[in-house]
Structure formats: structure tokens, C-alpha cells
Design a protein around this ligand. Structure first.
Ligand SMILES: [Zn+2]
Length: 101
């Protein structure tokens, strides 16, 4: 077999023969609105930066601007075998301080 998501992205186990498989989605994106800046911030270094960005964006279409915004977010999908899913689940709970099963 070649291509596709036939293997666990963590340990490489063959998922084609597995009775169950898991998909983990990790997303990284801005946790705040980039335009949420105070007038104080605008008077500082950001002013020149914003002007440069605006100049850059002037020639862009709405779709192109949206594309630029999307570039700041990252989402990846992991195909996981049952064993790795269990490990990842436990790790996530540890990370977030969630107790129980
Ligand atoms: Zn695995």
C-alpha cells in the first residue's frame, strides 16, 4: 500500500489492519484579534508597522487578505492507532489538569 493515511503518525503502526483508529486535530492560531490594539500602542512602534502592512494589503483582494489571515493559523491532523490515542489522551489530560478517565 502507498499514500493516504495507512499508518499511525506517531508510532508508524499499520492502521489498515487495525479495528479502530483515531484522528487528533491540533490547531494553532491567534488567541486575540490583531486589531485589538490601544491608541497608546498605535503611537509607538506599531504605527509604522501597521502603515507598512496596510500599504501591502492595498493591492490585495478580499480573498487574498483572507488567505493571508489563514496563513497565521495552523491545523494539523494526526492519524493515531489505539495505543497512541490512549497515550495522547492521557498526555492532554495531564497538560490541562483534567482528572478521571
Ligand atoms: Zn501509534
Amino acid at each position: 500500500m502507498s499514500g493516504g493515511h495507512a499508518n499511525c503518525d506517531r508510532c508508524g503502526a499499520d492502521l489498515l489492519g487495525a479495528s479502530v483508529r483515531y484522528v487528533a486535530r491540533f490547531e494553532l492560531k491567534q488567541g486575540y484579534d490583531a486589531m485589538e490594539v490601544s491608541p497608546q500602542d498605535l503611537r509607538r512602534d506599531l504605527k509604522g508597522e501597521l502603515r507598512a502592512v496596510l500599504r501591502e494589503l492595498e493591492g490585495l483582494s478580499d480573498a487574498e487578505v483572507r488567505e493571508a489571515e489563514d496563513a497565521t493559523a495552523l491545523a494539523v491532523y494526526w492519524d493515531l492507532c489505539a495505543a497512541c490515542a490512549k497515550d495522547v489522551r492521557a498526555g492532554m489530560k495531564r497538560e490541562k489538569g483534567i482528572s478521571g478517565t
